[in-house]
Design a protein around this ligand. Structure first.
Ligand SMILES: NC(=O)c1ccc[n+]([C@@H]2O[C@H](COP(=O)([O-])OP(=O)(O)OC[C@H]3O[C@@H](n4cnc5c(N)ncnc54)[C@H](OP(=O)(O)O)[C@@H]3O)[C@@H](O)[C@H]2O)c1
Length: 271
């Protein structure tokens, strides 16, 4: 196997959750460019179809399938459909997720807790089980790449449910790496720091003026992360170049570490 082959994904089928925008889109583009046939899923059809259009315009192979990956029946249907259309799934990227609630813990509402644990952790359970069963049955091995967060690796006041969900992803990654090794399934996680995605401009009215410079000041490499940075690492973790790596959680944060931005011990959210 040449170096190019080893770092590529030719002949592989990959399912990317949350592939319609941001980090998931970048992973889908990276995988397709590396030769994989990519199934892109999210709830918003127009976004996943746009990503598939970008891939096919460059000569890649991709399909779009809508799914709410928080609903078990929809996930099972998704996996069935993808396998019917493309063949067995070799690589699963559990990327769908996110956190919107910033709240003092004592004010946190039960539905906010359930939403974040569901969106960030239950989705990983449902998709990993549905895809893992097929991989185990086919007996050829496979790969799961989970997208956690630096927020799952340390204390994050005001973001308790997101932090707990992402920490859960890390625990699940490590547990599945042992339990699924017997089927040749490798399971790793990426913990991104500040990855600049389009939604920040909508989410924060003052993003460019205040939020961005404040975040940037905490990053030793002095730049925001790009979605492609996550795509590059996710490609390595899916490829045979990482065939002896499993159960790892790789921080992708330009040097941002919890202790650095937490040194003032303030109770303000740093996000
Ligand atoms: N950006 C960062 O700085 C950063 C840092 C650390 C970790 N992360 C993690 O990286 C992942 C991607 O983040 P992002 O910043 O790229 O977010 P984003 O731009 O909001 O994209 C999230 C994607 O997930 C999909 N999604 C959300 N809930 C879903 C559901 N129930 N079923 C199916 N699809 C769903 C969304 O599409 P629909 O809404 O159409 O379903 C969208 O395609 C998340 O897990 C996030 O927590 C991001």
């Amino acid at each position: 196997m040449t170096q190019m082959t080893k770092f590529g994904l030719a002949g592989k089928v990959a399912l990317i959750t949350g592939g319609g925008r941001g980090i998931g889109r970048a992973i889908a583009l990276a995988y397709a460019e590396a030769g994989a046939t990519v199934a892109v899923t999210a709830r918003t059809r127009s976004e996943i179809e746009t990503v598939v259009g970008e891939i096919t315009a460059k000569g890649g192979k991709a399909i779009a399938e809508t799914c709410d990956v928080l609903v078990g029946d929809q996930v099972n249907e998704l996996v069935h459909t993808v396998e019917q259309r493309l063949g067995g799934i070799d690589v699963l990227v559990n990327n769908a997720g996110g956190g919107s609630v910033i709240s003092p813990f004592l004010d946190l509402r039960e539905e906010e807790w359930d939403l974040h644990l569901g969106r960030n952790l239950k989705t990983v359970f449902l998709c990993s089980q549905a895809v893992g069963r097929g991989v185990a049955a086919r007996g050829k091995g496979g790969v799961i790449v989970n997208i956690s967060s630096v927020m799952g690796m340390g204390p994050h006041p005001l973001r308790a449910p997101y932090a707990a969900g992402k920490a859960g992803v890390i625990a699940l990654t490590q547990t599945l790496s042992v339990e699924l090794a017997q089927y040749g399934i490798r399971v790793n996680a990426i913990s991104p720091g500040f990855i600049e995605v389009e939604r920040f401009l909508k989410q924060f009215a003052d993003y460019s003026q205040t939020v961005r410079p404040a975040r940037l000041s905490k990053v030793p490499l002095a730049r925001m992360g790009l979605p492609q940075d996550v795509g590059d690492l996710a490609l390595f973790l899916a490829s045979d170049a990482s065939s002896y790596i499993t159960g790892q959680v790789i921080r992708l944060d330009g040097g941002l570490v919890t202790t650095v931005f937490y040194k003032d011990n303030s109770l303000n959210s740093w996000w």
